[in-house]
Write a protein of this length. Structure first.
Length: 324
């Protein structure tokens, strides 16, 4: 292999990077040596050692010939569950030990007080999604958070009653939008506005997204897109969609389940109105990990939570038990 180094960061799309490397190596973009070179030059390759990678022999067998194979599998399932970080067992053992020794005092004692579990990492999460600390909350699961956000932002009127989403949105988002419309006594036929790729194409063209926002925007209350399309991997232009929606008076929100921890996000600077995401995929929190919710600070006075409970009350007075 040729011995050369290059700065790949400003080159743009993965396709353009692969094409340039192939040109430098005098081979085809699909040749193995392109992949091997990119692996060697990867500035994050050391992080691979921080995760457990399943062995082929430990997986449910699909090919009897592979049952005894001791090789690491090639893990492409990060969209459903990230690899387990090797430090997780140490952290879990620390909390179990604290529970055994301190009992109920573990709620407010130690490096990671349980009652403040979300607050311990909220600043880290804010950095990941490009938000201010006060704009996000870590709680519940993704669909629960989506419903809570929609209850606060989707306030249909006779003139603005539609929700715009991808026709092939992740099923849970599709179901959530259907139920929100039904909750407000609206029909999916009239108020569920779905955009599909052009015939023979798999991804949505940006010009088509902007065109339907321009055409239908005056009747759209909420635009709800994914950040990264779960099936095709299409990364949507979040700032352009947000800007186009705002120009038509729509609230714009995103399901970032496949984007958080996977792509660069700047929710506050892009002025996204609301967003939600899970943490067990590209953020590697593990099954059952806390999900996230975001509301831009510009809405703090104008958009009030539709439902409030224990965790939605001001923490400083939460334990005064005054019901005020």
């Amino acid at each position: 292999m040729n011995n050369f180094q290059m700065d790949l960061s400003p080159l743009g799309s993965p396709a353009s990077i692969i094409e340039m490397v192939a040109s430098q190596l005098a081979c085809r973009p699909v040749d193995e040596q392109v992949a091997l070179h990119l692996d060697e030059e990867d500035g994050l390759k050391h992080l691979r050692q921080c995760f457990h990678i399943p062995k082929v022999k430990d997986l449910p067998p699909t090919n009897p010939a592979l049952v005894k194979a001791n090789e690491n599998c090639i893990y492409f399932a990060g969209n459903s569950l990230g690899l387990q970080p090797k430090k997780i067992k140490t952290y879990l053992d620390e909390e179990l030990d604290k529970w055994a020794k301190a009992g109920v005092h573990g709620h407010f004692y130690g490096k990671r007080p349980w009652a403040l579990a979300d607050e311990c990492i909220v600043e880290l999460m804010a950095d990941i999604v490009g938000a201010h600390k006060g704009e996000i909350a870590l709680m519940n699961g993704l669909t629960v958070n989506l419903h809570l956000l929609m209850l606060s932002f989707f306030k249909p009127t006779p003139d603005r009653h539609k929700i715009l989403l991808e026709a092939k949105a992740f099923p849970s988002d599709h179901y959530a939008v259907e139920s929100q419309l039904q909750f407000h006594g609206l029909s999916t036929e009239k108020s569920m506005l779905m955009i599909q790729p052009r015939e023979g194409e798999e991804t949505l063209r940006m010009e088509d997204i902007l065109a339907i926002i321009e055409k239908e925007g005056d009747s759209v209350a909420v635009i709800l897109f994914s950040g990264v399309q779960y099936y095709t991997g299409q990364l949507f232009d979040i700032p352009r969609i947000t800007k186009a929606g705002h120009e038509k008076g729509c609230f714009v929100g995103f399901d970032l389940a496949h984007a958080a921890g996977n792509v660069e996000l700047h929710l506050h600077d892009w002025e996204v109105d609301f967003a939600c995401w899970c943490s067990y995929k590209y953020l590697n929190s593990g099954a059952g990990g806390l999900a996230g919710a975001y509301i831009h600070e510009k809405h703090f006075q104008s958009v009030k939570p539709a439902l409030i409970g224990w965790w939605g009350h001001e923490y400083k007075t939460r334990f005064h038990m005054e019901n005020m």
